[in-house]
Design a protein around this ligand. Sequence first.
Ligand code: ACO
Length: 329
Amino acid sequence: MSQIRAAVTGVNCFVPEHRLTNTDLEKMVETNDEWIKTRTGIEERRILKDKDKAAAYMGSQAVKGLLEKTGTSPEEIDVVICATVTPDMMFPDTANLIAYENGMKNAFTFDLGAACSGFLFAFNTAARFIESGAYKKVVVVGSDKMSAITDYTDRSTCILFGDAAGAVLLEPNDEGNGMMDSILRSDGQGAEFLYQAAGGSLRPASHDTVDAKQHFIYQNGRPVFKAAVSGMAGVVQEIIAKNKLSPDDIAWVVPHQANLRIIEAVARMADFPMERVMVNINKYGNTTAATLPLCLWEWESQLKKGDNLILTTFGGGYTWGAIWLKWAY
Ligand code: ACO
């Protein structure tokens, strides 16, 4: 009997309409378009302006379109996993709200953190559910309203992040396509360089935490930059070597979009041409858990059945990893 793998059978995204450009940011903090473009590759990001809408709304919109596109009825979905660091609330889970909004009455749902690696970790979890044979249709969502935790007076972080959501449907595949292998890693030593200090049980929200701006993202960029390059390049090389692949066998590398210079360095170290690396950071910035589905969605029409993709991420925690995925349609 052929092995059951978890294949992507559809992808869909939601991006808010409002564009926050580098020129807009020049009016908010001491920065300039040239610095942002050369240091990060970002030209604009999307911002969800509506104060009554957040991660669950964006995720719901992405999933609604995904169900329509794949001709899937909401009742057929077994599991919904939402990767996010900006849940609507600490509980109930955002995945729960997304499932309710879309009428997925038979699904169990939960959120997963892992910062910018959230989508990759959720994808791997969902794939293992499918491989077990217990579940047939699993939706993986990455949704982050980063503007909700970004300090727009801090030029070192406010230029980086944007809002978006993306979702994929995973289903069993016995044709040899789907998730072939994964390598996921975590290292708590990275906790001091990238975090949101307050809002959890250690420092619940108080006047003091708000005054100290502890509900915003804090990042010490340089150590994170170095760790991101060595972390992603390391796992990409490892997954290629472990599976006796060569860069020529890979149709596309799909990297987390945190900084164009990080992506270029990873491609260089893994001996991979930039022409086959998905890059859309210029349009969306770093959307945390949404970056990978945003790439898959934009490149969907260019992907062919059987194409080898390497998905790779690096995020707060630290968390990082790579997945070898054979595209199934
Ligand atoms: N405009 C102009 N100048 C700026 C800006 C800005 N927006 N931001 C910082 N600078 C200045 C700094 O003040 C500093 O000036 P100084 O030399 O006079 O002190 C100089 O530019 C260099 O600052 P660095 O922080 O060292 O700049 P760097 O080249 O490292 O770029 C960046 C910063 C873009 C944040 C980079 O470090 C980076 O991309 N880091 C990794 C991001 C990442 O991968 N994050 C992980 C995922 S995110 C997640 O998990 C939620």
